[in-house]
Design a protein around this ligand. Structure first.
Ligand SMILES: [Zn+2]
Length: 110
């Protein structure tokens, strides 16, 4: 997989993680819901899958919008590889943006 493929995987990793957490919680309630010692936790755990699914939806939409804006040229690009840049960070040596494809730092003039 090339650099841009890994960038897309990293962009959607929070959404995939939230989906996996929702699946684990649903599996947990179906497997251990009948176990007497764990039955007290079921009312709490059953609310976690909708929360994780909502988090997966929101993080997936944010990643899609970020990649869409990069592809259509609305966001700044890395000078080295042309990848999308992150939000502005305030570092000790000045403001910078990090490239989401190659990981390089682009200093930003004030
Ligand atoms: Zn780059």
């Amino acid at each position: 997989m090339n650099r841009y493929g890994w960038m897309v995987v990293r962009a959607y990793l929070p959404a995939l993680t939230a989906l996996a957490a929702a699946a684990v919680c649903m599996l947990w309630t179906s497997l251990f819901g009948s176990v007497e010692s764990l039955r007290l936790l079921v009312p709490y755990v059953k609310w976690l899958p909708p929360v994780f699914l909502l988090a997966a939806l929101v993080t997936g939409l944010v990643a899609t919008l970020r990649l869409w804006n990069w592809k259509s040229g609305k966001t700044p690009r890395c000078a080295g590889c042309g990848g999308p840049l992150s939000a502005l960070h305030h570092g000790a040596h000045g403001d910078y943006r990090k490239c989401l494809a190659c990981g390089g730092k682009q200093t930003q003039s004030p």
